[in-house]
Each structure stands twice: as C-alpha cells, then as structure tokens.
Write a protein that binds this ligand. Structure first.
Ligand SMILES: NC(=O)c1ccc[n+]([C@@H]2O[C@H](COP(=O)([O-])OP(=O)(O)OC[C@H]3O[C@@H](n4cnc5c(N)ncnc54)[C@H](OP(=O)(O)O)[C@@H]3O)[C@@H](O)[C@H]2O)c1
Length: 412
C-alpha cells in the first residue's frame, strides 16, 4: 500500500449512534497531531453538525458525502486514505461495497461487525485479494469481540510465561455489565432474524462453532453453538451460577478464529466458552434462571415476524438512537476468565471496561483499533488479509485500549 495518502483515517458513518462517539474520540485522540483524517456519511447537514460538535483541536477535519452502495465513490474514497473505520451497519446491508473498495485499494479497514454470515462471506470472497493488495481487514473491533479476544490472548501469554504451555480450556464469565443498546445493534439483530427466514445456510453457520475458521480448519473439541438455551449451570471455581450470554456464540467464533490464524497458539484441542454469571445460592440460581428465560423469550419474540415488527416499532431503539450521555458515562463491565492447564492448574484474569459497553467503550476501542492500523502499521506483524483483533493487533492494541480506552487486564 502507498505509504503516503491524502488521509490517514476516514471514519465512515460518523452520523450514527456509534459513529458520532467514534468521531468525538478520534478528534480527541488525534488532537493537533500529524494524522490527517476525514468523516463521511450520506447526509451533509447531519455530517456538518457532527463536525461542528467535535472538540476543537486545530486539526482540520474534511467531510465526504456519499452512499454505501456507490462503488465508484467508495473506490475513490478508499484510494485517498490509509485506513477506513466503518460504523455503517448492519454491515450485511451496507458494508459490502466499502469492504470491497478497501480490499481492492490496499486500504486497511476495521469495523464493529458481529455478523457472522457476512464476515464468512467476505472472507471467502476477498481473502486472497486482500493478501495481494496488503489490506488488513479487522472485523469485530468493539465490545464484540475485543475484551474476549484480547483477554484470552492475555491469559494465554501468562500461561506460556508461567508454565510453558497454553491453557487447554478457558471460560469467560461476564460478571458485571451496565449500559444501553443502540439502533444499529437492534437493526443488525432484526436483519439476522430476517436472514434466518431466507438463507438456508443461516442456522448451520450460526451453530457451527468454527464458522469463522479458515477452510479445512473447521473442526475441534467444541459442540454446536446454541443461541440462548435455557441452561443454568454452577461454576465450581467461581462458586456462582451462570446463564447464557447472547453475544457468546459470536465472541467464541472470533476467539477460535484467532487460535486458527495464529497457527494454533492455544493448541488444537483448545476449548472456549462464554456465559454471564450471577452469584451463589438460591438467589443466584433464580437470577440466572430469570435472565435465561428472558433471553429465550426475547429471542422467540424476535424470531416471529409479527412480534418482531411490534418490538421494532415500539421497543427497540431506532437508527441514530443510543444510550444517553449519563448512561454512557455511568456504564461499565467486567469479565473473569478462568483458564485450565492440562494438569488441572487454574489461572484467572480479570478484564474491566469503563463506559457503557454498547456505545462508549465500543467507540473508544474502535478508535484505538483504527489508530493502531494507522500509527503502528510498521509494527504489525501480519500482512494483508482478514484478521481478528488479537491475531492482527495483539498486544499493540491491548496497550492502546489499556492506556486510552478505559480497559484493564489483570491476572488474579
Ligand atoms: N460490536 C459492537 O460491540 C457494536 C456496538 C454498537 C454497534 N455495533 C454495530 O455498529 C453498527 C452501527 O450501529 P449504530 O447504532 O451506530 O447505527 P446507526 O445509529 O443506525 O448508524 C448507522 C450509520 O450508517 C449510516 N448509513 C445507513 N445507510 C447508509 C447508506 N446507504 N449510505 C451511507 N451511510 C449510511 C447512517 O447514516 P444516516 O445518519 O444518514 O442515517 C449512520 O451514519 C451496527 O451494525 C451495529 O450492530 C456494534
């Protein structure tokens, strides 16, 4: 890729709920430093309002107006920058042409996609071209799946340092989480439910635990991923009850892809799971059961077209809507990861995040991923292709999100 382009970073989708926060944090982080950046979307008036509200840094921010389906505009845009960071989703609806433009032009790219079917299709269609052009493509750079993916890598590095071997099994427990939900996330969920009705491969891919792994590398010790089964289990190590976590199937697929892309650094028999956790005792069991039943009921309501339409109309946030400033600031989350060594030794890590996971923490992590692609380009050890956060950016990104995005990784 050309080292010098007009821009270092273009943020695509700056008028959306996540995009506005990404724009804010990019402005803050770039300050009046040397990086040249621009914001883009389809609506000039909205985009100018976003630019006018940015922190004043003295660094001029250009504006680009275009449509996500206009391939020739997107080609020109991708050729003008070294990195594109996109928040225009659902990505299966609005992301394909931009991703293709980035691959063709050797432009690095990161996004907030948690859409397994779309990511699989993009990998299959464009992996070899991305290798040739040198475009580094990194999906899932928000709360899904950076804390899980970088957390597992952090724990495995500790296992290697202490015991010379990786953990054979890691279980992530989401122990605390407070925050909101944005319109784009709701739209991605609705789109997945609609796809399920029309795409005969949807269920097979959703339940395949290795759906994101390279071809020929889709086997291992895991059973099928299931969306929100009503299952409550007791965690002996944590002395607490656990229930299904709705993003677990997606985060787990990303972690398994990382393992495969890193030449099975965690081992071929590595097993990974993710659940939410309550407390011990009957109160903990009942809380876990309530969450499991609510999740199952919500999923059933989303799967039925009539109730899905009602939820869309009256309950779910609309495009552009998201948590209030107070909710964003007051939000937080905590993950405990429990690793088991082949001899039964247990290692634990804690990952904590400040800010609501859906928008605030997600935006700050995405900003660091984009800055990592732009500023650390010479230190990233992998070339062009489709990567995960941990396999492409690893400790470079971990240091960045720890220093600038309110995350903390610690061994317990
Ligand atoms: N991984 C995570 O942790 C995480 C967290 C939050 C969000 N997300 C994902 O991030 C995505 C965005 O979420 P959000 O809540 O920010 O969504 P949103 O508020 O609906 O924003 C969508 C953005 O896309 C733009 N857009 C839509 N259609 C377009 C088109 N044809 N051409 C150009 N721009 C177009 C919108 O422009 P207008 O303003 O003009 O409508 C807006 O800027 C979703 O896919 C969501 O699932 C992921």
């Amino acid at each position: 890729m050309a080292r010098k382009r007009e821009f270092d970073i273009i943020l695509w989708g700056a008028t959306g709920s996540a995009g506005r926060r990404v724009a804010h944090h990019l402005a803050r982080r770039i300050g009046n430093g040397p990086l040249k950046w621009a914001i883009g979307a389809r609506n000039q008036v909205k985009l100018e309002a976003v630019r006018d509200a940015l922190p004043r840094t003295g660094n001029e921010v250009a504006i680009l107006i275009g449509d996500s389906h206009d391939r020739s505009f997107l080609d020109t845009m991708a050729a003008r920058t070294r990195v594109v960071v996109s928040t225009v989703g659902p990505f299966a609806l609005y992301g394909t042409e931009l991703l293709e433009a980035c691959v063709s032009n050797g432009t690095h790219y990161c996004d907030l996609s948690g859409e397994v079917q779309w990511m699989r299709a993009m990998i299959d269609a464009h992996q070899s071209e991305a290798r040739e052009t040198g475009a580094r493509i990194v999906h899932a750079c928000g709360h899904d799946s950076i804390p899980s993916d970088l957390g597992v890598q952090f724990l495995q590095e500790a296992a290697m340092q202490r015991h010379g071997k990786p953990c054979m099994r890691i279980a992530t427990r989401i122990t605390r989480m407070k925050g909101g939900f944005s319109g784009g996330t709701a739209a991605s969920f609705v789109n997945a439910m609609e796809l399920r009705e029309t795409d005969p491969d949807f269920d097979a891919l959703s339940t395949d635990p290795y759906a994101l792994c390279p071809k020929g590398e889709r086997q291992g010790p895991e059973g099928p991923d299931r969306m929100m089964p009503v299952s409550v289990t007791y965690d002996e190590d944590m002395k607490a009850w656990t229930n299904p976590y709705f993003m677990a199937p997606m985060n787990s697929k990303v972690v398994r892809r990382t393992n495969a892309l890193m030449g099975y650094a965690y081992g071929r028999d590595f097993s990974y799971s993710e659940t939410a956790m309550t407390t011990g005792g009957p109160g903990g069991w009942w809380a876990a059961m309530r969450h499991a039943l609510f999740g199952r009921a919500f999923l059933i309501a989303m799967a039925i077209p009539a109730t899905r339409r009602l939820l869309e109309r009256h309950v779910l946030p609309k495009s552009g809507e998201g948590p209030s400033a107070e909710t964003r600031e007051a939000g937080y989350y905590e993950l405990i990861q429990i690793g088991e060594m082949p001899d039964g030794t247990i290692l634990k890590a804690r990952i904590m995040g400040q800010g609501d996971p859906a928008i605030e923490s997600t935006s700050r992590m995405l900003v660091e991923a984009a800055l990592c692609l732009a500023e650390d380009a010479d230190r990233i050890s992998v070339g062009g292709g489709f990567w995960t956060p941990a396999s492409a950016l690893g400790s470079l990104l971990r240091d960045r999100v720890s220093e600038h995005a309110g995350l903390k990784f610690e061994l317990l």
